[in-house]
Design a protein around this ligand. Structure first.
Ligand SMILES: [Mn+2]
Length: 60
C-alpha cells in the first residue's frame, strides 16, 4: 500500500477498525475499498456536468 501511494503520488488515509483475528480478510477489505474508491474517483459523473470528481477539474 505504501509503494502504491508513493508511485502514484497519492496520499492515503487508511484506518483499520476491528477485523477480528483474521488480518488477511480485514486487509482484503482495505484493498477492495481502495479499488472501489479509485474506480469512483476516475468515473465521469453526469450529475456533475460530465466533469471528473476532482477539485482541479482534471485527472493527471
Ligand atoms: Mn483471501
Amino acid at each position: 500500500m505504501e509503494s502504491f501511494a508513493h508511485n502514484c503520488g497519492a496520499t492515503l488515509h487508511l484506518t483499520l477498525k476491528g477485523g477480528g483475528s483474521d488480518l488477511h480478510t480485514a486487509l482484503e477489505a482495505v484493498f477492495k475499498a481502495l479499488a472501489l474508491a479509485l474506480d469512483q474517483a476516475t468515473q465521469v459523473d453526469a450529475r456533475r456536468g460530465g466533469k471528473v470528481p476532482s477539485t482541479k477539474g482534471i485527472i493527471d
